[in-house]
Design a protein around this ligand. Structure first.
Ligand code: AMP
Ligand code: MG
Length: 318
C-alpha cells in the first residue's frame, strides 16, 4: 500500500527523483510525474497500463508558466484561460520541443491545464517542471475521486498519494482545441458547454471516437465498472431477481428495484452534486457484487452532458 499524506516536501522529493505519485485535483485524482522526464512519463504509462496512443495532460500553476512549453496561445484560448484557469478546462496548444512526443502521442499539440486545488497548486508552484498527470486509475476503469480510490487500485505500484480530500468537481476536465479559427470541444467535462459559450460564442462539439485523431484516447468504452452497467430501459424487470440488481439513478428511486440497492446521484436534481458523486457511486455499486447495475441518463444540459457522456461509455456494449 502507498503512503497517503499531505506532505508537500515528500511529494517534491518523489517527483524530483523521477518517480510518480497520486495527485489531488478538483476534477479527479491524477497519476503525476515530471513532464520533462522520460523515465517518469514512461512509468505513468506502465503503472496505468495505458496505451501510448493516449496522450497526457500537462499541469502547471500559471498561464505565464505555460509559455515555458507552449509556442503560442491563441487569443480565444487566452480569453478562456482568463475566465476558467485554474479550473476544469484543458486547452490544446502547440508544443515546444521540451515536451516529448511520448507525452502527446506524437501530436504537435499539448493538452494544458491549471488545476484548481490548493494542494496541487502549492506543489506545482514549488516545482521547476510541469506535471504530466492522467487519471490515477487502471486504463479503462472508473476515475478516482479520493486518495482511497487511488490506493485501492494503484497502491501496490506507487509509493505516495497526496491526500487532498474528495474531488469537488468529480469528472474530468473539458478539453478544447482551436482549429482554423474554430473552437472545438473534444471532451465534454467539468466546465459546462454553456459556460464556455457565454465567453467565446458557439463552439463545435466533436463527438468522441477512437478513430478521431484530434481526440485520441476518447474510446467508446471507458470509465467502466467491472459489473455490467445497463440502461434501465433495456430491462424486463419482472423477469429479474431484483435482489441481485443495483441501480444508479439521478433524482428518483426506481420503483421496481430494492431500495437498499439504489444510489441517487442527487436527490435534489443538482447536476454539480451528481458529477461529484458519479464515480464514487459507480465504485460503491461495483463493490456490492450485483449481477448487473441499471442506470439512466440525466437531463442533457449543463454538467448533465458530460455526465451522460461518462455513463454512455461506462455502459456495457453487447
Ligand atoms: P486523462 O488525463 O486520463 O483525463 O486523459 C487525457 C485525455 O486528453 C486523452 O485521453 C486525450 O483524449 C486528451 N488529450 C491529451 N493530450 C492531447 C493532445 N495532445 N491532443 C489531443 N487530445 C489530447
Ligand atoms: Mg482517464
Amino acid at each position: 500500500m502507498a503512503i497517503i499524506g499531505k506532505d508537500i516536501k515528500q511529494a517534491i522529493d518523489v517527483l524530483m527523483a523521477g518517480d510518480v505519485l497520486g495527485l489531488p485535483t478538483e476534477t479527479v485524482y491524477g497519476l503525476a510525474g515530471n513532464a520533462y522526464n522520460i523515465k517518469a512519463i514512461t512509468k505513468i504509462f506502465t503503472v496505468k497500463n495505458r496505451p501510448t496512443f493516449d496522450p497526457l495532460i500537462v499541469h502547471t500553476s500559471s498561464l505565464e508558466r505555460v509559455h515555458e512549453f507552449v509556442r503560442e496561445i491563441p487569443e480565444q484560448a487566452q480569453l478562456l484561460a482568463k475566465h476558467f484557469m485554474p479550473g476544469p478546462l484543458t486547452l490544446l496548444l502547440p508544443k515546444k520541443e521540451i515536451i516529448s512526443d511520448l507525452v502527446t502521442s506524437g501530436l504537435d499539440m499539448v493538452a494544458v491545464r491549471i488545476p484548481n486545488h490548493p494542494l496541487a497548486l502549492e506543489l506545482l508552484i514549488n516545482l521547476d517542471f510541469p506535471l504530466s498527470a492522467p487519471s490515477a486509475n487502471p486504463f479503462g476503469y472508473i476515475s478516482p475521486t479520493s486518495a482511497h480510490h487511488v490506493d485501492n487500485q494503484l497502491g501496490d505500484k506507487i509509493n505516495y498519494i497526496l491526500d487532498g480530500g474528495e474531488c469537488k468537481v468529480g469528472i474530468e476536465s473539458s478539453i478544447i482545441g482551436f482549429f482554423d479559427g474554430e473552437i472545438v470541444v473534444l471532451r465534454k467535462g467539468g466546465l459546462a458547454i454553456e459556460e464556455i459559450e457565454a465567453i467565446v460564442g458557439k463552439v463545435r462539439i466533436e463527438e468522441h471516437s477512437s478513430s478521431n485523431p484530434k481526440a485520441p484516447g476518447m474510446l467508446k468504452s471507458h470509465y467502466a465498472p467491472r459489473t455490467k452497467l445497463l440502461f434501465a430501459a433495456d430491462l424486463l424487470l419482472l423477469e429479474e431477481d431484483t435482489q441481485k440488481i443495483g441501480y444508479l439513478g439521478f433524482d428518483k428511486i426506481h420503483p421496481n428495484i430494492s431500495l437498499e440497492n439504489q444510489l441517487l446521484l442527487s436527490r435534489t436534481g443538482d447536476l454539480s452534486e451528481a458529477a461529484k458523486n458519479l464515480f464514487a457511486y459507480m465504485r460503491l455499486l461495483d463493490a456490492r457484487g450485483f449481477d448487473k447495475i441499471f442506470t439512466e441518463l440525466l437531463p442533457e444540459k449543463g454538467l448533465g452532458r458530460a455526465i451522460n457522456d461518462r455513463i454512455k461509455r461506462a455502459t456495457t456494449k453487447e
